[in-house]
Design a protein around this ligand. Structure first.
Ligand SMILES: Cc1cc2nc3c(=O)[nH]c(=O)nc-3n(C[C@H](O)[C@H](O)[C@H](O)COP(=O)(O)OP(=O)(O)OC[C@H]3O[C@@H](n4cnc5c(N)ncnc54)[C@H](O)[C@@H]3O)c2cc1C
Length: 482
């Protein structure tokens, strides 16, 4: 029986685990979170369940059947609250996957190390927010955090909320905020109507295959119309105002490069704002496993979802930002092949078709909502870019100019941007773009990126000291209790 370890229990990981088991593998699926489902099916904590949770989610039946298969099969071990804190390549060309189990940052977490026969990485993405003057005020959230609080805690981030950024995720967040009791006073999509129409309406026959996703978007549109939520394209929130917390924002018309059109600025009162400018794949584990990363900064995979690293597969948002449908299809294909199946097998034909449709949808979304080149013009010199280390835009530009280097490493070492607690997860891509914009170039002089993080999650030294010397081969070895 092939051993398959799946890291991440979102749509991609769950589909992978179920497909691998159906093809006869022994499977272990692990996730840092308390519950299965990832970001898309994030639900209330088990201590506070909802009676009719299906009303709060799309595709809840799909989740239910994946969850039941994963939880009821004795040959699938489920390890929740378990983080992969590092992956190492060993001298004998194997991978050692280091795990810590227990409450994140808790004391006395149980450490374990596995050397799985096949590894499927399904760790998803984190959301990106561009900085603007005032964005460090209390009351400013990323769209992902606002969504997580609304879905996972039933908490609205404010009473009068402004939502800004780019992409269909803004609509999903607006709907969740409404359900959690907030009044959304405006949604500002930075892409202009012409770009949206050009990319969303091109090759309309392809959209027929994504009817389910279109239905989801239509549902959000109805929600907007019913709630009379103003939705403006080609607009951005370019400053946040307040003394001790958010009191208002400045909204402006943006040109196609996201430059502010002078004279269009206006002030809107609100007590919270959330920014969502797309997603950044969590590349640290694939990089540690030796996977090739594409120029567009995703994990390179072949038609079987195999990466360039031996016996390592990648699925979901690690390979493209395409939503749950793409993640599910990719997961099913990877799980099946990792367990010894082939793309020619009848069992996964549906998943292959579904992946093609979802990839077309993802491509459309990517083009329609691409971040404009000139967003950094919004920043004042004193606008904080790296929040952990308090590094402002002026310092980044000055140091980039003074060192006359397009290398990311000198900028990080001189300013400490990206070296704080979040290790560049929040600011990394923004710091990179400020460096490139300062020098008017498209590539760094060094091969460094802010995605390389050999230690993927914080681990206490005491837990590190207890890490086993040799990894266990079988993923089915049930974890010892605490
Ligand atoms: C904060 C946030 C909220 C989102 N909400 C929505 C939404 O409401 N609707 C929507 O359509 N899309 C949403 N998205 C987009 C969403 O990520 C995708 O549509 C979909 O969930 C992708 O599935 P996935 O399986 O690739 O990744 P995910 O669903 O993100 O699953 C990845 C899983 O990997 C786990 N993981 C990551 N790193 C580790 C590690 N080192 N060790 C162990 N486990 C790890 C995570 O805990 C997570 O459960 C959201 C994205 C984010 C970042």
């Amino acid at each position: 029986m092939t051993d398959v370890l799946v890291v991440g229990a979102g749509p991609a990981g769950l589909a992978a685990a179920v497909a691998a088991r159906r093809r006869g593998a022994a499977v272990r699926i692990i996730d840092a979170a308390e519950g299965l489902g990832g970001q898309y099916w994030r639900h209330l904590p088990s201590s506070r369940p909802s009676e009719r949770e299906e009303l709060l989610h799309h595709g809840w039946d799909t989740f239910g059947s994946l969850r039941d298969e994963v939880c009821q099969d004795p040959d699938i071990v489920v390890s929740m609250q378990t983080e992969v804190w590092a992956i190492e390549q060993t001298a004998d060309n194997r991978l050692r996957v280091n795990l810590a189990r227990g409450e994140a940052d808790g004391t006395g977490r149980l450490t374990e190390a596995l050397a799985p026969e096949q590894l499927i990485l399904a760790t998803g993405a984190h959301d990106r927010a561009l900085p603007v003057p005032g964005w460090t005020l209390p009351g400013v959230f990323t769209a992902g955090a606002a969504q997580a609080m609304a879905k996972g805690e039933r908490i609205a981030i404010g009473e009068r909320v402004v939502v800004a950024g780019s992409g269909p995720f803004l609509l999903s967040v607006t709907a969740s905020l409404g359900q959690a009791g907030a009044r959304v006073v405006g949604v500002y999509e930075a892409s202009r109507s012409r770009a949206l129409a050009r990319h969303w309406l091109a090759r309309p026959w392809e959209l027929a295959g994504a009817a389910h996703k279109i239905g989801e978007l239509a549902e959000y549109a109805v929600h907007h119309i019913r709630g009379r939520v103003p939705y403006r394209t080609g607009h951005g929130v370019v400053a946040v105002h307040g003394t001790d917390r958010v009191e208002a924002v400045t909204v402006a018309v943006l040109d196609e490069h996201w430059r502010v059109v002078t004279g269009t600025e206006r002030r809107i009162d609100c007590d919270a704002v959330c920014f969502g400018h797309g997603f950044v794949p969590r590349l640290e584990l694939p990089i540690a496993a030796g996977c090739h990363i594409t120029e567009r900064r995703f994990v390179h995979v072949d038609a079987c979802q195999r990466t360039s690293a031996d016996r390592v597969f990648a699925v979901g948002e690690l390979t493209a930002i395409g939503g749950a449908d793409l993640a599910l299809a990719q997961g099913e294909i990877a799980g099946w092949v990792a367990a010894g199946g082939s793309l020619d097998d009848r069992d996964i034909r549906r998943a292959i078709r579904s992946r093609t449709r979802a990839e077309q949808f993802a491509d459309r979304m990517d083009r329609a909502h691409a971040i404009g080149d000139c967003w950094s013009d919004w920043l004042g010199d004193d606008t904080i870019v790296c929040r952990c280390e308090d590094v402002d835009a002026g310092t980044l530009k000055r140091v980039a100019a003074a060192t006359n280097s397009t290398g990311l490493r000198p900028l990080k070492l001189n300013t400490r941007a990206g070296l704080g607690l979040c290790q560049g997860r929040v600011c990394g891509r923004n710091v990179e773009q400020i460096l490139l914009a300062t020098h008017g170039c498209e590539e760094f002089a060094d091969a460094t990126t802010t995605d390389r993080r050999p230690i993927a999650t914080p681990i206490r030294i005491a837990d590190l000291a207890r890490a086993p010397e040799h990894p266990t081969d079988s993923v089915l070895n049930r974890p010892r209790s605490q």
